[in-house]
Ligand binder design. Structure first.
Ligand SMILES: C[S@@+](CC[C@H](N)C(=O)[O-])C[C@H]1O[C@@H](n2cnc3c(N)ncnc32)[C@H](O)[C@@H]1O
Length: 269
């Protein structure tokens, strides 16, 4: 198995990263279900989640395809995969691989999905090309990617603004496209998909909701790059995280999520 993987994925596998991804997946689950139902996912289908992390949407795919179906979760991170294997359903297999060069056979899945990989790891056209290759003719390719320009808290707070700026600096510095949602529809059409759909999703988050800690938790997962690039000192970061978390814990504070574009289409036969 190759140990090099395409892209410059900057998010570290620190303690707490699985919880951060789970909170995000839980908040997005209702809208992911809507997307899967609009695609018309059927029991017995074979589905691939590229860059699934510790779960991704494999649980929802597994539920929809049932015991006669098959789900493959693919990721580069062996620790995520160990966790996923311990918690996954019997119709789901997790394997290590490069989402940009999966080595899976051509045309082998009814539905190929990827969320938040192309935006953070880069090279979205290449990832889409690989997704189209492994989808069967008349099968579906679905991507979910963010546009962070909507991500904000009310009332505003200077610690939030500074953490947002730090997060953007890191992502821009590694060549990530955290506004990829804007281009996704055009990209899917250009990749040759037919009947392409576009569904933007926004989530409202209260202090008690699972995703309330998302910005501080994401910045914590970027610590290494923040310090390597001398973007912030350890003392300042600790102070910013405390201040921002105190603000987000206030029952009067709400967060509006980044917009997630759900884009899906059919591979032409
Ligand atoms: C932001 S996480 C999203 C995880 C999951 N899709 C979800 O929505 O919960 C991005 C995932 O992509 C994986 N990843 C990044 N580059 C990859 C590559 N070249 N091949 C396979 N996985 C990759 C990371 O290990 C991580 O699990």
């Amino acid at each position: 198995m190759s140990t090099t993987f395409a892209g410059n994925y900057p998010i570290e596998h620190r303690r707490g990263e699985i919880e951060r991804l789970h909170a995000q997946a839980a908040a997005l689950a209702p809208d992911t279900r809507v997307m899967l139902e609009r695609i018309g996912i059927k029991s017995g289908w074979s589905c691939l989640d590229m860059g699934c992390g510790p779960r991704g949407i494999t649980d929802l795919l597994s539920e929809h395809v049932g015991p006669g179906g098959r789900v493959v979760g693919l990721d580069k991170d062996e620790q995520f995969l160990t966790y996923a294997r311990a918690h996954g359903a019997p119709n789901t297999e997790f394997r290590q691989g490069d989402a940009y060069a999966t080595s899976l056979p051509d045309g082998s899945f009814d539905l190929v999905h990827s969320r938040f990989v192309a935006s953070t790891s880069g090279k979205p056209e290449l990832l889409l090309q690989e997704a189209v290759r492994v989808a069967r003719p008349d099968g579906f390719v679905a991507l979910q990617e963010p546009d962070v320009s909507t991500f904000s808290c009310y009332p505003p707070h200077p610690a939030w603004d500074r953490l947002m700026a730090l997060m953007l600096d890191v992502f821009v510095g590694v060549g990530a496209d955290i506004h990829l949602a804007r281009h996704l529809y055009a990209m899917a059409r250009k990749a040759g998909l037919a009947d392409v759909h576009y569904r933007p999703v926004l989530i409202g988050i209260r202090s008690t909701d699972s995703m309330a800690d998302h910005l501080p938790a994401t910045v914590e997962s970027l610590r290494g790059t923040l310090f390597d690039r001398k973007l912030v000192s350890e003392i300042e970061l600790t102070h910013l995280l405390e201040q921002c978390r105190a603000h987000l814990r206030d029952p009067g504070t709400v967060t509006r999520s980044f917009m997630v574009a759900q884009v899906w289409g059919r591979k032409q036969s």
